[in-house]
Design a protein around this ligand. Structure first.
Ligand SMILES: Cc1cc2nc3c(=O)[nH]c(=O)nc-3n(C[C@H](O)[C@H](O)[C@H](O)COP(=O)(O)OP(=O)(O)OC[C@H]3O[C@@H](n4cnc5c(N)ncnc54)[C@H](O)[C@@H]3O)c2cc1C
Length: 344
């Protein structure tokens, strides 16, 4: 057992984020994190730093300053082309021990979820996953990390008062997108991968960096989601047909995913994706709190259910009482008719 020495908190300063790229573009959640970090830094009178462990261009670095970064730590190395949590953890650990940030924020993407716990345990730091709210005690610098607990029935605010850095992950679309200021500038700090960083790490043969960009539920503007009512993969094929006609993506409840009717990246909710679409069409999803947590901020919610008293039907802007297997094909039919008429 390791006994932790008392931490001299006064040595730690600044709020850090990790910037991620997706398909060579900066992931929108990285800007959301910078917005959150800027507010925390303003309360503490300190700076926002962001680390990028990928090949990032000058224009992209400018956008990081525009969205709130004061300094960008850029580490560029061909060994970082494929995501390797072990190597990235070693690099970040060394940088954190060198620059001593008070707070480090990660996005709760697959990468952030793999990296943050590994890093937190190697630094013996506290980590709160999937925060929905972040604020800071301006005096002590303790990060107040709010997240759902006990199956979403209560909101807990967690602080890691004894040690630094304090670390949190935040899901995409939870924090508001800040307004960029194109006149902001900052400093770029170039760091290298050291032989020690790369010592004894496993070799990665194939990149999984972009594995979630193929679906990217959190970027969708329209989602057609299905629940237990879809009865099987065939039901989801019907939803795919509807989604393809309106430029949407297909989402699912955990019940549908657990039944193996659709893969996990489609899951919306507490243990799936958080989405904030213009339109969310819930087909046969009762709307338990663990599902609502992931989609209740969508602008227009349309629910289809045979029971009109479910939480989802009550939450919906438009609640349609009826059988999904009648309503969805009728909708597809109508859309096809409209399209055919437009062609004439
Ligand atoms: C720790 C924890 C984490 C969880 N995380 C998640 C999560 O991330 N996401 C998530 O979704 N769930 C999550 N859950 C599960 C959640 O509690 C619910 O069990 C789940 O969301 C229910 O899925 P559902 O609405 O599809 O199924 P049900 O609750 O069974 O609802 C099915 C609905 O379909 C309607 N229906 C049936 N037939 C038809 C028909 N022919 N036409 C129209 N409507 C019909 C029914 O009236 C009902 O309202 C989690 C649970 C726990 C404990």
């Amino acid at each position: 057992m390791r006994v932790l020495n008392e931490c001299d908190k006064s040595r730690y300063k600044n709020v850090w984020t990790l910037t991620e790229l997706s398909d060579n573009a900066i992931h929108s959640v990285s800007y959301e994190l910078l917005g959150a970090a800027k507010k925390l830094a303003a309360a503490r009178g300190c700076e926002v730093w962001t680390a990028v462990l990928e090949d990032v261009g000058g224009e992209q670095i400018k956008t990081l300053f525009a969205y709130g970064a004061d300094r960008v730590i850029s580490v560029c190395d061909k060994r970082l082309t494929a995501f390797n949590d072990e190597l990235e953890c070693n690099i970040l650990k060394r940088l954190i021990e060198k620059y001593l940030p008070e707070t480090v924020l990660f996005s709760a993407t697959s990468r952030g979820r793999a990296l943050a716990p590994r890093l937190a345990s190697s630094l013996y730091a506290g980590l709160t996953a999937d925060c929905t709210g972040l604020s800071i005690d301006p005096e002590s610098g303790d990060l107040l990390q709010t997240r759902p607990a006990f199956g979403g029935n209560i909101m807990a605010t967690i602080r890691s008062g004894d040690h630094r850095p304090q670390m949190a992950t935040v899901r995409p679309k939870v924090m508001p997108m800040p307004d960029p200021d194109p006149d902001r500038t900052g400093e770029v700090i170039r760091e290298k991968v050291t032989p020690e960083d790369a010592l004894n790490i496993k070799e990665i043969l194939q990149s999984i960096r972009n594995c979630e960009s193929s679906l990217n539920l959190s970027e969708a503007r329209i989602i057609v989601a299905g629940g237990r009512a879809m009865k099987g993969p065939e039901g989801f094929k019907m939803l795919e047909e509807l989604a393809s006609r309106i430029g949407g993506a297909v989402g699912a409840s955990r019940a549908a995913v657990d039944n193996g009717w659709i893969s996990y990246p489609h899951q919306v909710g507490q243990t799936g994706a958080t989405v904030q679409t213009d339109v969310y069409i819930a087909c046969g999803i009762s709307g338990q709190i663990q599902h609502l947590i992931g989609m209740q901020s969508c602008k227009t919610i349309i629910a289809i259910d045979i029971i009109d008293t479910t939480p989802m039907m009550k939450l919906a802007d438009i609640a349609v009482k009826g059988d999904v297997f009648k309503i969805v094909p009728a909708l597809i039919n109508e859309l096809d008719k409209i399209k055919a008429e437009q062609k004439i």
